[in-house]
Design a protein around this ligand. Structure first.
Ligand code: ADP
Ligand code: MG
Length: 611
Protein backbone atom coordinates (compact mmCIF):
# COMPACT_ATOMS: atom_id res chain seq x y z
CA UNK A 1 0.00 0.00 0.00
CA UNK A 2 1.27 3.50 -0.73
CA UNK A 3 2.11 5.70 2.20
CA UNK A 4 -0.50 8.36 2.86
CA UNK A 5 -0.87 11.05 5.46
CA UNK A 6 -4.02 10.20 7.40
CA UNK A 7 -6.98 12.53 7.06
CA UNK A 8 -7.39 14.98 9.94
CA UNK A 9 -10.32 13.14 11.49
CA UNK A 10 -8.57 9.80 11.59
CA UNK A 11 -5.43 11.33 13.05
CA UNK A 12 -7.51 13.14 15.66
CA UNK A 13 -9.23 9.95 16.75
CA UNK A 14 -5.96 8.13 17.06
CA UNK A 15 -4.53 10.88 19.19
CA UNK A 16 -7.73 11.10 21.20
CA UNK A 17 -7.50 7.43 22.02
CA UNK A 18 -4.54 8.16 24.25
CA UNK A 19 -6.07 11.05 26.16
CA UNK A 20 -9.66 9.93 26.44
CA UNK A 21 -9.54 6.29 27.23
CA UNK A 22 -12.88 6.07 28.96
CA UNK A 23 -15.53 8.26 30.61
CA UNK A 24 -13.39 8.71 33.71
CA UNK A 25 -10.59 10.19 31.63
CA UNK A 26 -13.02 12.71 30.15
CA UNK A 27 -14.11 13.63 33.67
CA UNK A 28 -10.50 13.93 34.76
CA UNK A 29 -9.62 16.31 31.93
CA UNK A 30 -12.67 18.47 32.52
CA UNK A 31 -12.12 18.66 36.26
CA UNK A 32 -8.48 19.58 35.71
CA UNK A 33 -9.62 22.41 33.46
CA UNK A 34 -12.02 23.62 36.13
CA UNK A 35 -9.27 23.57 38.75
CA UNK A 36 -6.80 25.33 36.47
CA UNK A 37 -9.47 28.00 35.97
CA UNK A 38 -9.44 28.68 39.72
CA UNK A 39 -12.86 27.25 40.54
CA UNK A 40 -13.94 26.92 44.16
CA UNK A 41 -16.89 24.65 43.37
CA UNK A 42 -16.96 21.87 40.81
CA UNK A 43 -20.06 19.84 40.15
CA UNK A 44 -19.81 16.69 38.07
CA UNK A 45 -22.90 14.96 36.73
CA UNK A 46 -22.71 11.60 35.01
CA UNK A 47 -25.24 9.26 33.54
CA UNK A 48 -24.63 5.53 33.29
CA UNK A 49 -21.10 5.94 34.60
CA UNK A 50 -20.46 8.63 31.99
CA UNK A 51 -21.41 6.46 29.04
CA UNK A 52 -24.72 8.28 28.93
CA UNK A 53 -23.21 11.73 29.27
CA UNK A 54 -20.92 13.83 31.46
CA UNK A 55 -21.41 17.40 32.57
CA UNK A 56 -18.98 19.48 34.61
CA UNK A 57 -20.12 22.80 36.02
CA UNK A 58 -17.57 25.14 37.55
CA UNK A 59 -17.36 28.69 38.86
CA UNK A 60 -13.88 29.48 37.59
CA UNK A 61 -12.60 32.23 35.34
CA UNK A 62 -14.38 31.01 32.18
CA UNK A 63 -13.22 31.36 28.59
CA UNK A 64 -13.22 34.73 26.81
CA UNK A 65 -15.57 34.76 23.81
CA UNK A 66 -12.70 35.59 21.50
CA UNK A 67 -10.88 32.37 22.45
CA UNK A 68 -13.77 30.03 21.98
CA UNK A 69 -13.13 29.55 18.26
CA UNK A 70 -9.72 28.03 19.06
CA UNK A 71 -10.85 25.69 21.80
CA UNK A 72 -11.01 22.51 19.77
CA UNK A 73 -7.77 22.93 17.87
CA UNK A 74 -4.93 20.63 18.68
CA UNK A 75 -2.34 22.11 21.06
CA UNK A 76 -4.61 25.04 21.81
CA UNK A 77 -3.90 26.07 25.38
CA UNK A 78 -3.75 29.17 27.51
CA UNK A 79 -1.31 27.53 29.92
CA UNK A 80 1.94 27.51 28.01
CA UNK A 81 3.48 30.03 25.71
CA UNK A 82 7.01 28.93 25.07
CA UNK A 83 8.93 25.68 25.06
CA UNK A 84 10.74 26.72 28.25
CA UNK A 85 7.42 26.71 30.10
CA UNK A 86 7.47 22.93 29.80
CA UNK A 87 10.35 22.95 32.21
CA UNK A 88 8.25 24.05 35.13
CA UNK A 89 4.59 23.28 34.78
CA UNK A 90 2.36 24.53 37.54
CA UNK A 91 -1.03 23.84 36.00
CA UNK A 92 -2.72 20.47 35.68
CA UNK A 93 -3.21 20.89 31.94
CA UNK A 94 -0.65 22.10 29.44
CA UNK A 95 -0.93 19.91 26.36
CA UNK A 96 -3.95 21.59 24.82
CA UNK A 97 -5.29 18.21 23.82
CA UNK A 98 -8.28 17.45 25.99
CA UNK A 99 -10.99 19.46 24.28
CA UNK A 100 -9.51 18.66 20.89
CA UNK A 101 -9.57 14.95 21.70
CA UNK A 102 -13.03 15.02 23.21
CA UNK A 103 -14.44 16.79 20.18
CA UNK A 104 -12.97 14.03 18.02
CA UNK A 105 -14.73 11.21 19.89
CA UNK A 106 -17.84 12.87 21.30
CA UNK A 107 -20.21 15.79 21.06
CA UNK A 108 -18.93 18.56 23.31
CA UNK A 109 -20.80 21.68 24.28
CA UNK A 110 -19.56 24.52 26.43
CA UNK A 111 -21.40 27.41 27.99
CA UNK A 112 -18.97 29.87 29.50
CA UNK A 113 -18.63 33.40 30.75
CA UNK A 114 -15.72 35.37 32.18
CA UNK A 115 -16.32 37.76 35.10
CA UNK A 116 -15.60 40.71 32.79
CA UNK A 117 -18.22 39.77 30.24
CA UNK A 118 -21.95 40.45 30.35
CA UNK A 119 -22.97 37.52 28.22
CA UNK A 120 -21.93 33.91 28.06
CA UNK A 121 -20.88 32.07 24.92
CA UNK A 122 -22.28 28.74 23.85
CA UNK A 123 -20.28 26.53 21.55
CA UNK A 124 -20.86 23.00 20.34
CA UNK A 125 -18.40 20.74 18.55
CA UNK A 126 -18.53 17.25 17.07
CA UNK A 127 -16.40 15.30 14.62
CA UNK A 128 -13.56 17.62 15.47
CA UNK A 129 -15.33 20.76 14.28
CA UNK A 130 -17.38 23.56 15.75
CA UNK A 131 -21.01 23.01 14.76
CA UNK A 132 -22.52 26.01 16.43
CA UNK A 133 -21.42 29.10 18.34
CA UNK A 134 -23.64 31.86 19.78
CA UNK A 135 -23.98 34.28 22.69
CA UNK A 136 -26.35 33.15 25.43
CA UNK A 137 -27.20 33.91 28.99
CA UNK A 138 -25.18 32.01 31.59
CA UNK A 139 -23.28 32.27 34.85
CA UNK A 140 -19.57 33.07 35.28
CA UNK A 141 -17.51 29.92 34.89
CA UNK A 142 -17.90 27.06 32.50
CA UNK A 143 -20.31 24.22 31.96
CA UNK A 144 -18.90 21.53 29.72
CA UNK A 145 -21.03 18.64 28.50
CA UNK A 146 -19.78 15.55 26.75
CA UNK A 147 -22.29 13.31 25.01
CA UNK A 148 -22.25 10.44 22.56
CA UNK A 149 -18.83 9.45 23.82
CA UNK A 150 -17.19 6.90 21.50
CA UNK A 151 -20.41 6.67 19.52
CA UNK A 152 -18.31 6.73 16.37
CA UNK A 153 -15.74 4.35 17.81
CA UNK A 154 -17.48 1.02 18.38
CA UNK A 155 -14.14 -0.69 18.93
CA UNK A 156 -13.40 1.49 21.94
CA UNK A 157 -16.90 1.28 23.26
CA UNK A 158 -16.63 -2.48 23.34
CA UNK A 159 -13.75 -2.31 25.74
CA UNK A 160 -15.55 -0.26 28.31
CA UNK A 161 -16.78 -2.02 31.36
CA UNK A 162 -20.23 -1.86 32.84
CA UNK A 163 -21.76 1.48 33.74
CA UNK A 164 -21.19 0.56 37.34
CA UNK A 165 -17.51 -0.01 36.96
CA UNK A 166 -17.11 3.19 34.91
CA UNK A 167 -19.00 5.02 37.62
CA UNK A 168 -16.62 3.79 40.26
CA UNK A 169 -13.67 5.05 38.22
CA UNK A 170 -15.30 8.45 37.92
CA UNK A 171 -15.84 8.37 41.65
CA UNK A 172 -12.13 7.68 42.14
CA UNK A 173 -11.17 10.64 39.99
CA UNK A 174 -13.39 13.00 41.96
CA UNK A 175 -12.31 11.79 45.38
CA UNK A 176 -8.67 12.14 44.36
CA UNK A 177 -9.12 15.76 43.43
CA UNK A 178 -11.23 16.38 46.52
CA UNK A 179 -8.26 15.23 48.60
CA UNK A 180 -5.73 17.28 46.68
CA UNK A 181 -7.95 20.37 46.69
CA UNK A 182 -9.69 20.46 50.08
CA UNK A 183 -10.51 24.11 49.44
CA UNK A 184 -12.69 23.25 46.45
CA UNK A 185 -16.22 21.99 46.95
CA UNK A 186 -16.77 18.90 44.81
CA UNK A 187 -20.11 17.31 44.10
CA UNK A 188 -20.61 14.15 42.12
CA UNK A 189 -24.13 13.43 40.95
CA UNK A 190 -24.63 10.04 39.37
CA UNK A 191 -27.92 9.36 37.61
CA UNK A 192 -29.55 12.17 39.53
CA UNK A 193 -28.31 11.11 42.96
CA UNK A 194 -25.50 12.74 44.94
CA UNK A 195 -22.80 10.12 45.11
CA UNK A 196 -20.11 12.24 46.73
CA UNK A 197 -19.71 15.69 48.21
CA UNK A 198 -16.73 17.34 49.82
CA UNK A 199 -17.09 20.33 52.12
CA UNK A 200 -14.66 22.55 50.22
CA UNK A 201 -13.48 24.13 53.40
CA UNK A 202 -11.22 23.03 56.16
CA UNK A 203 -8.19 20.95 55.45
CA UNK A 204 -7.16 17.56 54.26
CA UNK A 205 -8.72 15.76 57.20
CA UNK A 206 -12.16 17.20 56.40
CA UNK A 207 -11.79 16.14 52.78
CA UNK A 208 -10.59 12.72 53.91
CA UNK A 209 -13.61 12.49 56.13
CA UNK A 210 -15.82 12.82 53.06
CA UNK A 211 -13.80 10.21 51.20
CA UNK A 212 -13.00 7.58 53.84
CA UNK A 213 -15.64 8.26 56.45
CA UNK A 214 -15.37 10.30 59.60
CA UNK A 215 -14.10 7.61 61.88
CA UNK A 216 -11.28 6.48 59.63
CA UNK A 217 -10.27 10.06 58.92
CA UNK A 218 -10.07 10.87 62.62
CA UNK A 219 -7.78 7.92 63.20
CA UNK A 220 -5.36 8.85 60.42
CA UNK A 221 -1.98 10.16 61.45
CA UNK A 222 -0.89 13.49 60.07
CA UNK A 223 2.30 13.55 58.06
CA UNK A 224 3.89 16.95 58.01
CA UNK A 225 7.41 17.33 56.77
CA UNK A 226 7.82 20.76 55.19
CA UNK A 227 10.41 21.20 52.49
CA UNK A 228 13.83 21.62 54.03
CA UNK A 229 17.21 21.64 52.39
CA UNK A 230 16.05 19.09 49.84
CA UNK A 231 13.19 21.41 48.76
CA UNK A 232 10.82 18.44 48.86
CA UNK A 233 7.85 18.77 51.19
CA UNK A 234 5.61 15.93 52.26
CA UNK A 235 2.19 16.33 53.88
CA UNK A 236 -0.79 14.11 54.20
CA UNK A 237 -2.57 11.47 56.20
CA UNK A 238 -1.64 7.85 56.75
CA UNK A 239 -3.39 5.04 58.53
CA UNK A 240 -2.07 3.89 61.88
CA UNK A 241 -0.46 0.45 61.67
CA UNK A 242 -3.59 -1.26 62.97
CA UNK A 243 -5.85 -0.29 60.07
CA UNK A 244 -4.77 -1.84 56.82
CA UNK A 245 -5.92 -3.01 53.44
CA UNK A 246 -5.22 -6.16 51.50
CA UNK A 247 -3.72 -4.25 48.57
CA UNK A 248 -2.05 -0.99 47.68
CA UNK A 249 -5.19 0.65 46.34
CA UNK A 250 -5.51 2.76 49.47
CA UNK A 251 -2.29 4.60 48.72
CA UNK A 252 -2.87 7.82 46.84
CA UNK A 253 0.00 10.02 45.86
CA UNK A 254 -0.01 13.56 44.58
CA UNK A 255 2.85 15.53 43.19
CA UNK A 256 2.18 19.24 43.27
CA UNK A 257 -1.50 18.38 43.74
CA UNK A 258 -1.59 16.16 40.66
CA UNK A 259 -2.62 12.56 41.35
CA UNK A 260 0.13 10.30 40.07
CA UNK A 261 0.84 6.63 39.72
CA UNK A 262 4.35 5.86 40.80
CA UNK A 263 5.48 2.38 41.60
CA UNK A 264 8.61 3.28 43.42
CA UNK A 265 7.00 6.01 45.52
CA UNK A 266 4.19 3.65 46.44
CA UNK A 267 6.90 1.28 47.56
CA UNK A 268 8.46 4.05 49.62
CA UNK A 269 5.19 4.30 51.53
CA UNK A 270 4.81 0.57 52.13
CA UNK A 271 8.45 0.33 53.11
CA UNK A 272 7.88 3.03 55.69
CA UNK A 273 5.62 0.55 57.46
CA UNK A 274 8.28 -2.09 57.31
CA UNK A 275 8.22 -4.26 60.36
CA UNK A 276 4.92 -2.78 61.49
CA UNK A 277 2.53 -4.53 59.12
CA UNK A 278 2.30 -8.15 58.05
CA UNK A 279 3.76 -8.49 54.58
CA UNK A 280 0.36 -9.02 52.95
CA UNK A 281 -1.25 -5.93 54.44
CA UNK A 282 -0.96 -2.37 53.20
CA UNK A 283 -1.61 1.05 54.66
CA UNK A 284 -4.07 3.68 53.56
CA UNK A 285 -2.30 6.88 52.71
CA UNK A 286 -2.98 10.22 51.12
CA UNK A 287 0.33 11.91 50.54
CA UNK A 288 0.97 15.20 48.89
CA UNK A 289 4.47 15.85 47.71
CA UNK A 290 5.69 19.33 47.03
CA UNK A 291 8.50 19.20 44.53
CA UNK A 292 9.99 22.21 42.72
CA UNK A 293 8.18 22.18 39.34
CA UNK A 294 11.48 22.28 37.49
CA UNK A 295 12.45 18.98 39.11
CA UNK A 296 9.38 17.13 37.86
CA UNK A 297 8.65 16.06 34.33
CA UNK A 298 4.90 15.63 33.92
CA UNK A 299 5.13 15.45 30.17
CA UNK A 300 5.66 11.70 30.12
CA UNK A 301 2.30 10.43 28.98
CA UNK A 302 -0.80 12.03 27.44
CA UNK A 303 -2.85 11.28 30.52
CA UNK A 304 -0.29 13.05 32.72
CA UNK A 305 -0.72 10.37 35.37
CA UNK A 306 2.95 9.49 35.34
CA UNK A 307 5.77 11.76 36.34
CA UNK A 308 9.51 11.58 36.37
CA UNK A 309 11.75 13.20 38.89
CA UNK A 310 15.09 14.75 38.35
CA UNK A 311 16.15 13.55 41.81
CA UNK A 312 14.03 10.51 42.37
CA UNK A 313 16.20 9.26 45.18
CA UNK A 314 15.63 12.43 47.16
CA UNK A 315 11.89 12.29 46.62
CA UNK A 316 11.82 8.65 47.66
CA UNK A 317 13.85 9.38 50.77
CA UNK A 318 11.80 12.40 51.78
CA UNK A 319 8.56 10.47 51.40
CA UNK A 320 9.73 7.37 53.17
CA UNK A 321 11.26 9.28 56.01
CA UNK A 322 8.23 11.49 56.55
CA UNK A 323 5.89 8.51 56.69
CA UNK A 324 8.25 6.40 58.75
CA UNK A 325 8.66 9.10 61.37
CA UNK A 326 4.93 9.49 61.62
CA UNK A 327 4.11 5.83 62.06
CA UNK A 328 7.06 5.04 64.27
CA UNK A 329 5.99 7.76 66.67
CA UNK A 330 2.89 5.75 67.53
CA UNK A 331 4.37 2.29 67.11
CA UNK A 332 4.47 0.45 70.37
CA UNK A 333 7.56 -1.22 71.70
CA UNK A 334 6.94 -4.89 70.94
CA UNK A 335 5.57 -6.67 73.97
CA UNK A 336 6.93 -9.88 75.27
CA UNK A 337 4.02 -12.17 75.86
CA UNK A 338 4.65 -15.12 78.08
CA UNK A 339 3.14 -18.26 76.77
CA UNK A 340 0.40 -19.74 78.86
CA UNK A 341 2.81 -22.28 80.20
CA UNK A 342 1.50 -24.38 83.04
CA UNK A 343 4.73 -25.45 84.67
CA UNK A 344 7.97 -23.90 83.68
CA UNK A 345 10.75 -26.46 83.99
CA UNK A 346 12.88 -25.93 87.03
CA UNK A 347 16.12 -24.16 86.75
CA UNK A 348 15.10 -21.75 84.04
CA UNK A 349 12.51 -19.32 82.92
CA UNK A 350 10.90 -22.00 80.85
CA UNK A 351 9.55 -21.79 77.36
CA UNK A 352 9.01 -18.12 76.92
CA UNK A 353 7.23 -17.08 73.77
CA UNK A 354 8.53 -13.83 72.55
CA UNK A 355 5.82 -12.48 70.35
CA UNK A 356 6.78 -9.11 69.11
CA UNK A 357 3.71 -7.32 67.89
CA UNK A 358 5.71 -6.43 64.86
CA UNK A 359 5.95 -9.25 62.35
CA UNK A 360 9.12 -11.09 61.56
CA UNK A 361 11.66 -8.89 60.00
CA UNK A 362 12.95 -9.86 56.60
CA UNK A 363 16.29 -8.18 56.14
CA UNK A 364 16.31 -6.12 52.97
CA UNK A 365 19.85 -7.18 52.29
CA UNK A 366 20.73 -9.26 49.29
CA UNK A 367 22.10 -12.70 49.87
CA UNK A 368 25.69 -12.78 50.67
CA UNK A 369 25.65 -9.37 52.27
CA UNK A 370 26.63 -9.28 55.87
CA UNK A 371 23.72 -9.40 58.20
CA UNK A 372 23.64 -8.34 61.73
CA UNK A 373 26.34 -10.31 63.44
CA UNK A 374 25.15 -13.15 65.55
CA UNK A 375 25.61 -13.42 69.22
CA UNK A 376 28.86 -15.05 70.08
CA UNK A 377 30.96 -13.32 67.45
CA UNK A 378 34.02 -12.16 69.22
CA UNK A 379 35.45 -8.86 68.34
CA UNK A 380 39.15 -8.32 68.60
CA UNK A 381 38.47 -4.77 69.51
CA UNK A 382 36.90 -3.64 72.73
CA UNK A 383 34.70 -0.69 73.34
CA UNK A 384 32.41 1.42 71.32
CA UNK A 385 33.54 3.06 68.12
CA UNK A 386 35.29 6.29 68.56
CA UNK A 387 36.58 5.25 71.92
CA UNK A 388 40.33 5.25 72.27
CA UNK A 389 41.59 1.73 72.72
CA UNK A 390 43.89 2.65 75.56
CA UNK A 391 42.11 1.27 78.53
CA UNK A 392 40.72 4.67 79.45
CA UNK A 393 37.30 4.53 81.08
CA UNK A 394 34.87 3.26 78.56
CA UNK A 395 32.41 5.71 77.21
CA UNK A 396 30.45 6.18 74.06
CA UNK A 397 31.95 9.13 72.36
CA UNK A 398 29.43 9.21 69.58
CA UNK A 399 27.11 12.17 69.57
CA UNK A 400 28.52 13.59 72.74
CA UNK A 401 26.86 16.88 73.21
CA UNK A 402 28.78 18.26 76.12
CA UNK A 403 31.78 19.46 74.19
CA UNK A 404 31.98 23.23 74.35
CA UNK A 405 30.31 24.85 71.38
CA UNK A 406 28.82 21.61 70.20
CA UNK A 407 25.35 21.82 68.76
CA UNK A 408 22.65 20.25 70.84
CA UNK A 409 21.84 16.66 69.98
CA UNK A 410 20.16 16.57 66.61
CA UNK A 411 17.10 14.75 67.75
CA UNK A 412 16.20 17.65 69.99
CA UNK A 413 15.98 20.00 67.05
CA UNK A 414 13.68 17.79 65.10
CA UNK A 415 12.11 15.30 67.38
CA UNK A 416 8.64 16.26 68.42
CA UNK A 417 7.77 15.72 72.06
CA UNK A 418 5.82 12.65 71.18
CA UNK A 419 9.04 10.88 70.39
CA UNK A 420 10.52 11.71 73.71
CA UNK A 421 7.44 10.27 75.32
CA UNK A 422 7.42 7.27 73.04
CA UNK A 423 10.51 5.99 74.78
CA UNK A 424 10.53 6.53 78.52
CA UNK A 425 13.70 7.19 80.46
CA UNK A 426 15.27 3.82 81.08
CA UNK A 427 17.55 2.66 83.87
CA UNK A 428 20.19 0.18 82.84
CA UNK A 429 20.31 -2.96 84.96
CA UNK A 430 22.88 -4.97 83.07
CA UNK A 431 23.77 -6.95 79.99
CA UNK A 432 22.76 -10.44 79.02
CA UNK A 433 24.36 -12.77 76.48
CA UNK A 434 26.74 -9.95 75.65
CA UNK A 435 24.07 -8.85 73.22
CA UNK A 436 21.14 -7.33 75.06
CA UNK A 437 20.96 -4.51 77.52
CA UNK A 438 18.48 -5.12 80.29
CA UNK A 439 16.81 -1.92 81.43
CA UNK A 440 13.97 -0.87 83.61
CA UNK A 441 11.32 1.68 82.64
CA UNK A 442 8.26 3.06 84.39
CA UNK A 443 6.26 0.11 83.08
CA UNK A 444 8.39 -2.94 83.37
CA UNK A 445 11.44 -4.38 81.77
CA UNK A 446 13.08 -3.60 78.47
CA UNK A 447 15.50 -5.77 76.50
CA UNK A 448 17.52 -3.69 74.10
CA UNK A 449 19.47 -5.19 71.23
CA UNK A 450 22.77 -3.36 71.61
CA UNK A 451 23.74 -3.61 67.97
CA UNK A 452 20.35 -2.53 66.59
CA UNK A 453 20.13 0.28 69.11
CA UNK A 454 23.57 1.58 68.31
CA UNK A 455 22.85 1.32 64.59
CA UNK A 456 19.80 3.44 65.11
CA UNK A 457 21.85 6.12 66.88
CA UNK A 458 24.71 6.09 64.39
CA UNK A 459 22.36 6.09 61.41
CA UNK A 460 20.56 9.21 62.50
CA UNK A 461 23.77 10.92 63.32
CA UNK A 462 25.24 10.16 59.91
CA UNK A 463 22.12 11.38 58.15
CA UNK A 464 22.05 14.63 60.05
CA UNK A 465 25.74 15.30 59.62
CA UNK A 466 25.39 14.62 55.90
CA UNK A 467 22.42 16.95 55.66
CA UNK A 468 24.44 19.67 57.30
CA UNK A 469 27.40 18.88 55.08
CA UNK A 470 29.54 18.41 58.18
CA UNK A 471 30.48 14.77 58.47
CA UNK A 472 32.80 13.49 61.16
CA UNK A 473 35.78 12.28 59.25
CA UNK A 474 38.58 10.12 60.54
CA UNK A 475 41.70 10.72 58.47
CA UNK A 476 43.69 7.59 57.76
CA UNK A 477 47.39 7.82 58.44
CA UNK A 478 47.91 5.09 55.97
CA UNK A 479 45.45 5.49 53.11
CA UNK A 480 43.79 2.24 52.16
CA UNK A 481 43.81 1.25 48.49
CA UNK A 482 40.59 -0.36 47.31
CA UNK A 483 40.19 -2.08 43.96
CA UNK A 484 36.76 -1.40 42.51
CA UNK A 485 34.59 -3.31 40.07
CA UNK A 486 33.49 -1.35 37.00
CA UNK A 487 30.02 -0.86 38.50
CA UNK A 488 31.43 0.35 41.80
CA UNK A 489 33.82 2.61 40.02
CA UNK A 490 30.96 4.24 38.19
CA UNK A 491 29.06 4.74 41.43
CA UNK A 492 32.07 6.31 43.07
CA UNK A 493 32.75 8.47 40.06
CA UNK A 494 29.16 9.68 39.79
CA UNK A 495 28.58 10.48 43.43
CA UNK A 496 31.64 12.16 44.89
CA UNK A 497 29.57 14.73 46.78
CA UNK A 498 27.25 12.29 48.45
CA UNK A 499 30.17 10.14 49.53
CA UNK A 500 32.01 13.18 50.85
CA UNK A 501 28.94 14.17 52.84
CA UNK A 502 29.08 10.86 54.60
CA UNK A 503 32.72 11.27 55.45
CA UNK A 504 34.45 9.38 52.67
CA UNK A 505 37.59 11.17 51.45
CA UNK A 506 38.59 9.49 48.25
CA UNK A 507 41.38 9.92 45.79
CA UNK A 508 41.74 8.24 42.41
CA UNK A 509 44.79 6.03 42.31
CA UNK A 510 45.04 5.00 38.70
CA UNK A 511 43.24 2.13 37.10
CA UNK A 512 40.20 1.13 39.06
CA UNK A 513 41.83 1.66 42.39
CA UNK A 514 40.69 4.31 44.79
CA UNK A 515 42.53 5.52 47.86
CA UNK A 516 40.58 5.97 51.07
CA UNK A 517 42.19 8.95 52.78
CA UNK A 518 39.45 9.57 55.28
CA UNK A 519 36.51 7.50 56.46
CA UNK A 520 33.37 8.19 58.49
CA UNK A 521 34.63 8.62 62.04
CA UNK A 522 32.33 5.88 63.30
CA UNK A 523 34.43 3.39 61.39
CA UNK A 524 37.61 4.23 63.28
CA UNK A 525 39.24 1.00 64.25
CA UNK A 526 37.17 -1.04 61.82
CA UNK A 527 38.13 -2.30 58.42
CA UNK A 528 37.29 0.74 56.28
CA UNK A 529 37.90 -0.96 52.92
CA UNK A 530 35.48 -3.72 53.83
CA UNK A 531 32.86 -1.23 54.96
CA UNK A 532 33.39 0.79 51.79
CA UNK A 533 32.89 -2.16 49.47
CA UNK A 534 29.95 -3.44 51.43
CA UNK A 535 28.39 -0.01 51.24
CA UNK A 536 28.80 0.16 47.46
CA UNK A 537 27.31 -3.28 47.17
CA UNK A 538 24.29 -2.37 49.26
CA UNK A 539 23.81 0.88 47.41
CA UNK A 540 23.89 -0.89 44.06
CA UNK A 541 21.43 -3.52 45.22
CA UNK A 542 19.09 -0.81 46.40
CA UNK A 543 19.19 1.18 43.21
CA UNK A 544 15.71 0.40 42.03
CA UNK A 545 13.62 1.37 44.94
CA UNK A 546 15.36 2.52 47.99
CA UNK A 547 17.69 5.37 48.05
CA UNK A 548 21.31 5.39 47.89
CA UNK A 549 21.71 7.54 50.90
CA UNK A 550 19.52 5.34 53.04
CA UNK A 551 21.57 2.35 52.15
CA UNK A 552 24.94 3.90 52.55
CA UNK A 553 24.10 5.32 55.93
CA UNK A 554 22.56 2.04 57.03
CA UNK A 555 25.62 0.09 55.94
CA UNK A 556 28.07 2.47 57.53
CA UNK A 557 25.96 2.46 60.69
CA UNK A 558 25.98 -1.32 60.70
CA UNK A 559 29.74 -1.47 60.35
CA UNK A 560 30.28 1.27 62.88
CA UNK A 561 28.08 -0.07 65.64
CA UNK A 562 28.85 -2.22 68.60
CA UNK A 563 28.45 -5.86 67.81
CA UNK A 564 26.45 -8.53 69.42
CA UNK A 565 28.77 -10.59 71.56
CA UNK A 566 30.65 -7.59 72.77
CA UNK A 567 30.83 -6.97 76.49
CA UNK A 568 29.79 -3.45 77.35
CA UNK A 569 30.66 -1.58 80.47
CA UNK A 570 27.91 -0.07 82.53
CA UNK A 571 28.88 3.44 81.40
CA UNK A 572 28.74 2.38 77.79
CA UNK A 573 25.31 0.91 78.22
CA UNK A 574 24.00 3.96 80.04
CA UNK A 575 25.39 6.19 77.33
CA UNK A 576 23.95 4.06 74.56
CA UNK A 577 20.49 4.02 76.10
CA UNK A 578 20.65 7.75 76.64
CA UNK A 579 21.55 8.30 72.99
CA UNK A 580 18.81 5.94 71.90
CA UNK A 581 16.25 7.85 73.92
CA UNK A 582 17.12 10.91 71.91
CA UNK A 583 16.78 9.44 68.46
CA UNK A 584 13.75 10.09 66.37
CA UNK A 585 13.05 6.46 65.66
CA UNK A 586 14.19 4.58 68.72
CA UNK A 587 12.06 1.52 68.15
CA UNK A 588 13.53 0.17 64.95
CA UNK A 589 16.97 0.02 63.47
CA UNK A 590 17.59 1.31 59.94
CA UNK A 591 16.87 -2.15 58.59
CA UNK A 592 13.50 -2.24 60.30
CA UNK A 593 14.37 -4.70 63.06
CA UNK A 594 13.08 -3.85 66.50
CA UNK A 595 15.68 -2.35 68.81
CA UNK A 596 13.90 -3.44 71.93
CA UNK A 597 11.29 -5.67 73.49
CA UNK A 598 9.12 -4.75 76.41
CA UNK A 599 7.94 -6.91 79.27
CA UNK A 600 5.28 -4.91 81.03
CA UNK A 601 4.79 -4.82 84.77
CA UNK A 602 1.26 -6.09 84.20
CA UNK A 603 2.59 -9.10 82.37
CA UNK A 604 5.02 -9.90 85.13
CA UNK A 605 2.29 -9.68 87.73
CA UNK A 606 0.07 -11.96 85.74
CA UNK A 607 2.77 -14.50 85.13
CA UNK A 608 3.72 -14.65 88.80
CA UNK A 609 0.10 -15.05 89.71
CA UNK A 610 0.01 -11.79 91.61
CA UNK A 611 -3.04 -10.66 89.73
P1 ADP B 1 -5.07 22.34 28.42
O1 ADP B 1 -5.84 22.16 29.68
O2 ADP B 1 -3.95 21.38 28.30
O3 ADP B 1 -4.67 23.74 28.18
P2 ADP B 1 -7.57 21.67 27.15
O4 ADP B 1 -7.88 21.15 25.81
O5 ADP B 1 -7.98 20.87 28.31
O6 ADP B 1 -6.02 21.94 27.19
O7 ADP B 1 -8.21 23.10 27.28
C1 ADP B 1 -7.87 24.10 26.34
C2 ADP B 1 -8.03 25.48 26.93
O8 ADP B 1 -9.40 25.77 27.15
C3 ADP B 1 -7.38 25.66 28.27
O9 ADP B 1 -6.01 26.01 28.14
C4 ADP B 1 -8.20 26.79 28.88
O10 ADP B 1 -7.73 28.03 28.48
C5 ADP B 1 -9.56 26.60 28.28
N1 ADP B 1 -10.50 25.92 29.18
C6 ADP B 1 -10.91 24.65 29.10
N2 ADP B 1 -11.79 24.36 30.09
C7 ADP B 1 -11.94 25.48 30.81
C8 ADP B 1 -12.71 25.83 31.97
N3 ADP B 1 -13.50 24.95 32.59
N4 ADP B 1 -12.61 27.10 32.44
C9 ADP B 1 -11.82 28.00 31.82
N5 ADP B 1 -11.07 27.71 30.73
C10 ADP B 1 -11.12 26.48 30.23
MG1 MG C 1 -6.94 20.52 30.14
Amino acid sequence: MPIRVLPHEVAARIAAGEVVERPASAVKELVENSLDAGSTAVRVEVHAGGLGGVRVVDNGGGIPAADVANLFQRHATSKLTAAEDLQSIETLGFRGEALYSLAAVARVSILTRTPESNAATYVEAANGRIQRQEPRGGPVGATVSVEELFEQLPARKKFLRSARSEQSRVHGVITNYALAYPDVRFTLVADGRTAFASPGEGGLREAASAVFGREAAQAFLAVDAPAGASAIGVAGLVSPPESTRANRSGITLFVNRRPVQHRSLTYAVTEAYHGLLPSDRFPIAVLLLDVPPEDVDVNVHPTKAEVRFRREGDVFAALQRAVRETVIAVAPVPEIEWGAVAQPPTGGLGPVTVTPRVPEFAPPMPDGAPRSPDAGVTQPQFGLPGMPDDGAPARVVLARDDTPGATPPPSHEQAPMTMMQALPALRVLGQTQETYIVAEGPDGLYLIDQHAAHECVVYERLRLAAQRGAPDVQGLLEPAAVALSPAHEETVHDNPDVLAHYGWLLEPFGGRTTLLRGVPAVLAGRDPAKAFLDMLEQAAAAAEFSTWEDRISATVACHGSVRAGQTLSREEMVELVRLLERTQQPHTCPHGRPTMLHLSAGNLEREFGRR
